[in-house]
Design a protein around this ligand. Structure first.
Ligand SMILES: Cc1ncc(C[n+]2csc(CCOP(=O)(O)OP(=O)(O)O)c2C)c(N)n1
Ligand SMILES: [Mg+2]
Length: 300
């Protein structure tokens, strides 16, 4: 009897992501669930760069690199091409883009894809800045985080406004399947990828993807940090079907400090007393999430 111990990875090893890259872990898990009968579209960003150095590719599924701004439109075109040929083997189209490509420059194209009700799963790996080009802030960069364009100098405490609520934007488009997922919970992540693919019409999954280079932490702490984002309430794990909340992962809330302190991008908040207000605002944001989704485990 032969026991098969090796899984054929559709996101092959040997790519050029930084050690401990949250996005690389995420994509490996995503493709384990999608299987080979999938076409992936990715806009410009770290994922595109580290998977496709000249003469190499770590994609074991058909993969298209779009412009930075138009991955959802390219995905629509791929789907239209498949459908025009009858798509007899039911090939699925999955777009995987960074926060810059999704929250910012690709937002118009994404809105169109949602509005057309195209049968595409769009996954945003959110590392909360434009990492590929040197850690510039995006509209996904959270309040108080230092980036190269939200610098921490003098009285400036980094990003001065809060993160855009992309989940609410997807829900406002009546996207039938909307959820958040995390590399800290691979079974849930894979379940959501499956649901997003099986659901007719558009589906949207937001994944927080810790970036050790941009956030400033040790590569071996990636998954732990993803876990802390959940347990503080800053990144709730939730799921909506036809606009209705159908699941929310319960937590035993811990103070946001446990998530913020290990990251260099937040270090300044602990060095000056006049930044206490920012820390308070971040804690309040976590508390609001906990209340909104009733995340706290019952004490009894
Ligand atoms: C129209 C256009 N503007 C700017 C760029 C430069 N650019 C390439 S990747 C990138 C950042 C991507 O950020 P994000 O989508 O968050 O992905 P990440 O690199 O963080 O994985 C930028 C600004 C570009 N390629 N095209
Ligand atoms: Mg990014």
């Amino acid at each position: 009897m032969t026991i098969q111990t090796e899984v054929k990875e559709l996101h092959a090893p040997g790519h050029r992501a930084c050690p401990g890259c949250g996005c690389a872990i995420a994509v490996k898990l995503i493709l384990r669930e999608t299987g080979p009968n999938t076409i992936v579209v990715s806009p410009t960003g770290c994922l595109e760069t580290f998977t496709s150095p000249f003469r190499g590719s770590s994609w074991e599924v058909p993969w298209i690199h779009s412009l930075f701004e138009n991955a959802p439109a390219i995905a629509t075109g791929v789907l239209a091409g498949l459908n025009s040929k009858g798509n007899v083997d039911g090939t699925k189209v999955v777009a995987i883009g960074g926060d810059g490509g999704t929250y910012d420059i690709g937002m118009g194209a994404l809105s169109g894809m949602f509005e057309r009700k195209d049968d595409i799963l769009y996954i945003c790996y959110d590392n909360e800045a434009y990492m590929n080009t040197g850690i510039q802030g995006s509209s996904a960069t959270p309040l108080g985080a230092g980036t190269t364009t939200t610098p921490v100098v003098g009285d400036s405490f980094g990003k001065m406004v809060s993160k855009k609520d992309l989940l609410a934007i997807a829900l406002a488009h009546d996207v039938p399947y909307v959820g958040t997922a995390s590399i800290a919970n691979p079974a849930d992540l894979k379940k959501k990828v499956r649901k997003g693919m099986d659901n007719p019409g558009p589906a949207f999954i937001l994944m927080l993807s810790p970036c050790n280079l941009g956030w400033g932490f040790e590569p071996e702490d990636t998954v732990e940090l993803a876990r802390k984002a959940i347990s503080t309430g800053l990144f709730p794990i939730v799921e909506f079907e036809n606009g209705r909340l159908v699941s929310a992962q319960k937590i035993k809330p811990v103070p946001v400090e446990e998530y913020l302190k290990p990251q260099k991008r937040y270090q300044h908040l602990y060095k000056k007393e006049n930044f206490n207000e920012v820390l308070k605002a971040i804690q309040e944001k976590a508390d609001r999430n906990i209340e909104k989704y009733d995340l706290a485990k019952d004490r009894n």
